[in-house]
Design a protein around this ligand. Structure first.
Ligand SMILES: Nc1ncnc2c1ncn2[C@@H]1O[C@H](COP(=O)(O)OP(=O)(O)OP(=O)(O)O)[C@@H](O)[C@H]1O
Ligand SMILES: [Mg+2]
Length: 255
């Protein structure tokens, strides 16, 4: 694997990806041959009914799960040719994960939670790394909450910690599985604005959502159905702007 993923302009590509779960009584075909490319700098929303394979696809893209067949390319690197150690490195150091349930460590403070992915490198943190974690906390608007613990934060604040944590290793891309699924509309808006800013800065973002209002904010929407790609569309800038305007105009009044 190359140290600085040569990309040819692609963050990742999947070709005829299949994933089967073999259970005692049956085989679940969660992905039945999915092919698409994600250019660097893209912002993709993956949609589809419950059970259509969205999380399965995200897990394969994140090297959390191996496909049954088909290929996954991370930049120019064929994931099938990587050793388990290389995949573990990619997973812990090169891909940023954001989950619906935030998945923060309750005993750690904001800044310590952001540091977590760095601990997997097995070295003490350098002063630069410490500074980076502080800077990320500030970047997501939590500069005044560095020593708070997750229980002392709102859902949106917790998700912002998770997003800062996902960025700490300067990942090739961010994978987010229903990142706004637990959030009210005001907080959803906060998170969407943060994603938009990160994407404008060049971050590649791939998120799963059930909500049209969220998917309309992405640059592109991929819809899965029964483990297959049903359609793949670009959102025009007008659609994105209109969705952002609508969200702001219909924001509940603060009480
Ligand atoms: N570990 C597993 N073992 C067996 N079957 C699984 C496993 N994970 C997922 N599946 C099955 O694979 C299919 C796709 O699941 P997946 O979680 O990808 O759906 P999803 O689109 O993310 O759904 P949701 O919107 O409900 O989160 C489903 O039929 C599910 O039951
Ligand atoms: Mg899911």
């Amino acid at each position: 694997m190359s140290e600085t993923m040569e990309t040819d302009g692609y963050a990742c590509r999947v070709v005829d990806l299949k994933k089967e779960y073999v259970l005692k009584s049956e085989t679940v075909r969660a992905l039945r041959g999915v092919t698409f490319d994600i250019p660097v700098g893209d912002y993709v929303a993956i949609m589809g009914p419950s059970g259509s394979g969205k999380s399965t696809l995200l897990n394969v893209l994140g090297c959390l799960d191996q496909p049954t067949s088909g290929s996954l390319w991370l930049g120019n690197d064929d994931a099938a040719k990587m050793s388990d150690d290389e995949l573990a490195d990619i997973r812990s150091q090169r891909i940023g994960f954001v989950f619906q349930a935030y998945n923060l460590i309750q005993q750690l403070t904001v800044v310590e939670n952001i540091q977590v992915p760095l601990f997997y490198q097995g070295r003490p943190l350098s002063p630069e790394q410490r500074k980076r974690c502080h800077d990320l906390a500030k970047m997501v608007g939590l500069g005044d909450r560095l020593d708070h613990r997750p229980t002392q934060l709102s859902g949106g604040q917790q998700q912002r910690v998770a997003i800062a944590r996902s960025l700490v290793n300067d990942p090739y891309f961010i994978l987010a599985d229903e990142p706004t699924g637990n959030l009210d509309s005001r907080t959803t808006e906060e998170i969407l604005q943060l994603f938009e800013r990160l994407n404008n800065e060049g971050r590649t973002i791939i998120l799963v959502t059930h909500e049209d209002e969220v998917s309309k904010r992405a640059k592109r929407v991929v819809r899965l159905k029964d483990g297959r790609l049903q359609w793949d569309r670009i959102n025009s800038q007008e659609v994105r702007d209109e969705a952002a305007r609508y969200a702001l105009e219909n924001m509940p009044v603060e009480v």
